[in-house]
Design a protein around this ligand. Sequence first.
Ligand SMILES: [Zn+2]
Length: 163
Amino acid sequence: MLLLFTINIISSAQQNIKPNNSKGKEMNIKVQKTDREWKESLTPEQYQILREKGTERPFTGKYWNFDEKGIYRCAACGQVLFDSDTKFDAGCGWPSFSDVVNNKNVILKDDYSLGMHRIEVMCSNCGGHLGHVFDDGPKPTGQRFCINSASIEFEKKKDDVHK
Ligand SMILES: [Zn+2]
């Protein structure tokens, strides 16, 4: 009986091991709102993408073909996420970045939806869905953060912008 119990513990522990654990971080979301509150503070499109993990159609967002200098904040909570210095044209129809301003500002999570494995990018402050990150980006990071325009808000660069 004791042996059986021990085996059960071992097998359930193994099921909890995630192969990509280094890319997933513990969620510690500071901004918590109800669905109703989010619906009130976001546009319907922003809500569908940020809260329901939707994806805007390529070549339709406001930032895929946009190259002004500045920073991009989370459209839901205002946390700084990306810098225009790392923005590049990936030709995919979504704004693409080779890096984040600070790794702590995003959560990278395994996503097995649509029958494939991707890494989802979320805002670490509010849990909002931003897009996905792929490993076919330019050097030196080799990363391509493929982000929905609706999830981010551009702000022109000022000298005193605090990152
Ligand atoms: Zn956010």
